[in-house]
Write a protein that binds this ligand. Structure first.
Ligand code: ADP
Length: 186
């Protein structure tokens, strides 16, 4: 399966992503993880991305689209993949569509994890990543609302959107996600 995973920062996407890729045998493509690895390894990409990340802003589309284009060419993506944190803007979504149309490998579904904003703030504030300071958290939530939420309508119109509630235990949320991706599984 080829899945896009969308949800606000703090929704628990990373945790659920790990379970989903194990259950459905997909490669896990987290742009946040890729950028943090690049930053820690002091690569050119990491250097370019760092300022945006530490301010809670999105890294420019061209950089991210290039990164994903290269990653999708890797052999492990042939078994399917979960895109975690990409696309985050309409321009990224359109670029992804164009890539996948050209390759003849369309998306199977877009999974949205829904969590109320008050809850997000509490979860993020307790996490301790360098971009988890209150001002930066607020900026990341703003970026999500302004730039990423429009993707829900975009994928909804294509009939791909599957939304699940992100409140409850990890196991409960995982059960819901698995169910909407593969109703036969449970
Ligand atoms: P979270 O969802 O918890 O905010 P991520 O780990 O997905 O965190 O992303 C961390 C940061 O990496 C973002 O705030 C942003 O600066 C950058 N980033 C990750 N994915 C993208 C993307 N698709 N487009 C632009 N910037 C991105």
């Amino acid at each position: 399966m080829r899945i896009v995973f969308i949800g606000p920062p703090g929704a628990g996407k990373g945790t659920q992503a790990e379970r989903l890729v194990a259950a459905f045998h997909m490669a896990h493509l987290s742009t946040g993880d890729m950028l943090r690895a690049a930053r820690d390894a002091h690569t050119e990409l990491g250097r370019q991305a760092e300022g945006y990340m530490s301010a809670g802003q999105l890294v420019p589309d061209a950089i991210i689209i290039d990164l994903i284009r290269q990653r999708l060419a890797d052999a492990d993506c042939r078994q399917g993949y979960l895109l975690d944190g990409f696309p985050r803007t309409l321009a990224q979504a359109e670029a992804l569509d164009a890539m996948l149309a050209q390759a003849g490998t369309p998306l199977d579904a877009v999974l949205e994890l829904q969590v109320p904003e008050e809850e997000l703030f509490q979860r993020l504030a307790g996490r301790g990543r360098t971009d988890d300071q209150p001002v930066v958290i607020r900026q990341r939530l703003v970026a999500y609302r302004k730039q990423t939420e429009p993707l829900l309508a975009y994928y909804g119109a294509k009939g791909l959107l599957r939304s699940v509630q992100g409140l409850g235990t990890v196991e409960e949320v995982f059960g819901r996600a698995r169910q909407v991706l593969d109703p036969r599984a449970s």
